[in-house]
Design a protein around this ligand. Sequence first.
Ligand code: FES
Length: 92
Amino acid sequence: MFVVHLMPAGTQFEVPANKTLLQGALDAGVPFPNRCQIGACATCLCRLQKGEVNYHLEPMLTEQEKQQGWIFACQAIPCSDLVVSFEESDDY
Ligand code: FES
């Protein structure tokens, strides 16, 4: 079980082992942008500020996007506590 903080709102929820970030959010009743839930629409794209995630299937992200921390919440499985942001800017 890992704890996820959603910025900038500061919402906090727990994701059970082997569940995706999106699934954990929805199970906890947290409104998280999503549509396809299969890694195709990019609606769930958000930015990892802290922590590690794993993928069963690597999503389509450029090297630059990966470096900037963009993740697909519907595909990313937390493997540590996370801080995730919906903001593009680096100055939070
Ligand atoms: S919900 Fe469509 S890519 Fe994640």
